[in-house]
Design a protein. Sequence first.
Length: 118
Amino acid sequence: QVQLVESVGGLVQAGDSLILSCAASVLTFISYVTGWFRQAPGKEREFVASINWIGLSTYTESMKGRFTVSRDNSKTTVYLQMNSLKPEDTAVYYCAAKSPGARTYPYWGQGTQVTVSS
């Protein structure tokens, strides 16, 4: 069982930066693919980015260049650096983990609210 704990998000202004972290409870996490997702009010949850154990990352096209996912395997932690935030980035952000090759993410964090004011 993998438990994921996200850092607290917060209220920021448009144009600001914010970094979220996702810490795992087990060392085997370092072999997992970790994804970031978000869900805005009234919208479906959407994929933001993911990173595998060797650091290969993927992003939703609209977030490329503004968001960066990284990991520190020594700390079993994955980060999401968000720059040039926009009001439309307001959402609950979730990290999730799956074993390589799995189709779905069985492990999810509790979610953290990020609010971007204009």
